[in-house]
Design a protein around this ligand. Sequence first.
Ligand code: MG
Length: 253
Amino acid sequence: MNRTRLAVVLAILVAVPLLGYAWWQQTQGDPTLTEVWDPEPRIVSPGDDGAPPSDAVVLFDGSSLEGWQHANGSPAKWTVADGAMTVAPDTGSIRTARGFGDCQLHIEWRTPAEVHGDGQEPGNSGVYLQNRYELQVLNSFENRTYANGQAGSIYKQFIPMVNASRGPGQWQSYDVIFTAPRFAGDGSVTSPAIFTVFHNGVLVQNHVELKGSTVYIGQPAYEPHSDREPLMLQDHGELVSFRNIWLRELSPQ
Ligand code: MG
């Protein structure tokens, strides 16, 4: 037997039992070895017909602006009617009194049925996570503007993957998974803010990592802030309405 043949025979002698053992493990081994029982996920009752799940923090249930305030701490002055809150002109953006970190957010919004202007004008508002990272609200139905400023964009940072807009005057939804940024003691960013967004149930942002706080002019940059910051809704002068706002906290307490 020459060397090559010897090598082949030896390889077969080694490989066959190994493959056999692997096959035996897959088919004859103990399946319980790969079962994990702890921790057991806690029970959450899902909401029916768009209602909040049982562990959600309800931020607006359609009845009052309790828990919302103006940036200066005075009571929020938006109007509440028919289960919705609506921007009241020149009353300013409003924010939650409470702060939040990592979260799952559900919010429904409606731009005015009557459209004035174009581009960044009609139905402009915004959902600001942690008071500074804007998920744009705009009438983007047959209304072209810069792509990183249309509905579903992370304003001036990320273009939505598709335009899933409904028409003006119709209710729309955002479902957001937000991971708050982390900062080191010296203020440097150890991990960025991350957004995943569904617009009317359609994925429009998939785990995008923000470059910093939302800015209108210039490049975004991070400024260190606390772990928990308010949710803010923008007054951009348009009578945009919101309803059914709830959030599930995902940050470890
Ligand atoms: Mg806006």
